[in-house]
Each structure stands twice: as structure tokens, then as C-alpha cells.
Design a protein around this ligand. Structure first.
Ligand SMILES: [Zn+2]
Length: 225
């Protein structure tokens, strides 16, 4: 069974937001002997009108003993992006490629393992403080304190660093929150961690380059004495 469908989504190949026609292929649930429920699948495929590559989404379909589809089902899969599995790699101007590779790896694993994402974010912060800022203290918390104490750091950057350290430590060492509950890192926290990393990139890589550029601009309009 095949029907035409239409969907708006961000293409993971090219990163563009598209609205395209596609096809839906449905595998209806099989009738089982032992269970009243059966599970089927709906697969939608689209070809991006920007880059020409195919994207595939999966939904699960659930059927009752009467053979009719049941909509309200726990653990129903809706709109899961199954191909390509990962988003288009992001590039941020002025951020060195080695850190962007790590950043993209953190973004790719967030769907399947938020804990891994938090650990990669923590690793990136540690690499930057060590390689770019000369912080050689024993652990990451000490590196962050050392960096904050000996540099002029905007409050937002400071909080972003503390957030990355806190989330990474929580995952690495099973830390508890103020209510004595285990701190958990979920999928939506990963987006906040990636935003925090972008704040760090902004302060360490992007702003200095912009300042350098603006100084050149000033130089170009400064009259000869
Ligand atoms: Zn595309």
C-alpha cells in the first residue's frame, strides 16, 4: 500500500528546511495467534528538492484484535528519522576544525546516548582549556577555576563552563542534586550543553578574531600623524 504524503523538515544532508512530496509505505500488522495486538510500520521517504538526497522516517502502527488501527498506544513511534541517522555536520566560522569534529560527534550521539554527549562536551572544554588557554591543572573543575580567576571572563561564558563541568561530572561520577536525587542528563539537556559549548567557542575563538578584524578596520581609518 503506497500513498503520497507531504512533509516539512530540516534535511539532514544539506541542513535546509524543506517542504516536499514523498511516498508512504505501510506494513500493516500481522494477525497473531497469541496476542490481541500486532505492530506494523509506516515508512515515509522523501527526496530533498534542494540536494536531491533521500530522507526516511519511521512510524509504528498498532492494531487491535478487530484488525483496526489503535492510535492511543504507549511507546508508539512517531516520526523517527531513520535515514540519515545523523544531522549535517555544523561549521562555525573561526572555530578550529578539530573542535568542530568533536562538537559534531557530541551532537550525533545525543539521540542515542545523552550521557555520551555530556562526556564529549566535557572533553571538548578540557581540550580547549588545556591546548588554547594553557590550563594544566589536574582536573577539569580546577582548570575552569584557574581560567576564570586569571582571565576576564563574561558571566555567560563562566556559567556555560560550569554547566558543562557539572553535567559531565554528574554523568561520570553519579553525582546527586540538592534533593539528594541522582542528576540525570536527558536528550533535551544535550541541546543546552551544545549551546553552552557555543558560548565557550564564542568567547575563546570568535570574539578575539572579531576584535582583531575591527582593529584592522580602525587602523585603516586612522590618519597618519
Ligand atoms: Zn537536502
Amino acid at each position: 500500500m503506497e500513498k503520497s504524503v507531504r512533509r516539512k523538515f530540516t534535511c539532514r544532508h544539506c541542513g535546509k528546511f524543506v517542504y516536499v512530496d514523498g511516498f508512504s509505505h505501510v506494513h500493516e500488522g500481522e494477525r497473531l495467534n497469541i496476542s490481541v495486538f500486532s505492530q506494523g510500520a509506516e515508512i515515509e521517504s522523501y527526496v530533498c528538492n534542494e540536494c536531491g538526497k533521500v530522507s526516511i522516517f519511521l512510524g509504528s502502527k498498532h492494531y487491535g484484535s478487530d484488525g483496526k488501527e489503535t492510535i492511543a498506544v504507549k511507546n508508539r513511534i512517531i516520526d523517527k528519522y531513520i535515514y540519515p541517522l545523523t544531522e549535517a555536520a555544523k561549521q562555525i566560522k573561526y572555530v578550529p576544525a578539530k573542535y568542530m569534529r568533536e562538537y559534531n560527534e557530541a551532537a550525533w550521539v545525543k539521540e542515542i546516548s545523552p550521557k555520551s554527549c555530556a562526556l564529549v562536551c566535557r572533553r571538548i572544554l578540557e581540550m580547549i582549556l588545556e591546548n588554547e588557554c594553557g590550563c594544566n591543572q589536574f582536573n577539569l573543575s580546577k582548570k575552569v577555576e584557574g581560567y576564570i580567576n586569571s582571565n576576564s571572563v563574561p558571566n555567560l561564558t563562566e556559567q556555560a563552563m560550569r554547566y558543562i563541568v557539572g553535567a559531565g561530572n554528574a554523568v561520570a561520577h553519579d553525582k546527586k542534586d540538592q534533593n539528594d536525587d541522582l542528576i540525570r542528563i536527558k536528550r533535551k539537556d544535550c541541546d543546552k550543553l551544545l549551546d553552552a559549548l557555543e558560548e565557550v567557542f564564542e568567547h575563546i575563538f570568535i570574539q578575539p578574531k572579531k576584535v582583531e578584524q575591527m582593529q584592522k578596520n580602525v587602523q585603516s581609518v586612522t590618519p597618519k600623524k
